[in-house]
Design a binder for this molecule. Sequence first.
Ligand code: PEP
Length: 248
Amino acid sequence: MRKWIVAGNWKMHNTIGESVALARAIKEGLSGPTNGEVVVAPPFTALAAVGDTLKGSAVALAAQNMYCEDKGAFTGEISPVMLKDAGCAYVILGHSERRKYFSETDQSVNAKVKKALAAGLKPIVCVGETDEERVQGVTQSVVDRQVRGALAGIEKLDDVVIAYEPVWAIGTGKVATSAQAEEVHAFIRDLIGELYGSLSKGIRILYGGSVTKDNIAELAAMEDIDGALVGGASLKPDGFLGIVAKMT
Ligand code: PEP
């Protein structure tokens, strides 16, 4: 039985004070033990403060990106060691916004995945096709390339999470149907089975793209969907907690 994950990606939103308030509301709003994990990914500036706020709670901390070296002359970058120090358990890697605006490639994502695992961080690796690619009918080949690329040279999958995020569904309000999402999730699980054998049964594959408390239940009911990576709806306690409540 795979443990579900609901992870909130706060993107470039929230000051330190706003982040702490949101984290506190989420921590206090969670009811009882669950058979899943709740994760929040604040901006870098708020990581340590949110980490302190979440201490002793069931909510795990994630970063939204990292560099693929532990330290050195890399002005403006943040290392996996620094993220561990700030209290992170997870790191989101290869988000489509990073691929689009910051030229991330399958190779750079792969280098980061390796370094994250070496530092004891669990990578949430994002993959997904653009609108144009879906219309061209190349969704599977795009996702195949991204998954193979991100996992190249990685032997142990225990700490790896995949997030299937169709780019056309991110921040658009256009959610994939549960059938559309399940088709790609099953494809990813089969691909991982081809690469890693039975380890594919344990890997968590999250869906991301305009998830809300109104559509999560249908998505999460699908066999290969193990939770959600949530952007917009994670910025308000009610929206995020409403999604978590549907998972329990
Ligand atoms: C995301 O940015 O990972 C995301 C899924 O955003 P949204 O939920 O706003 O579509």
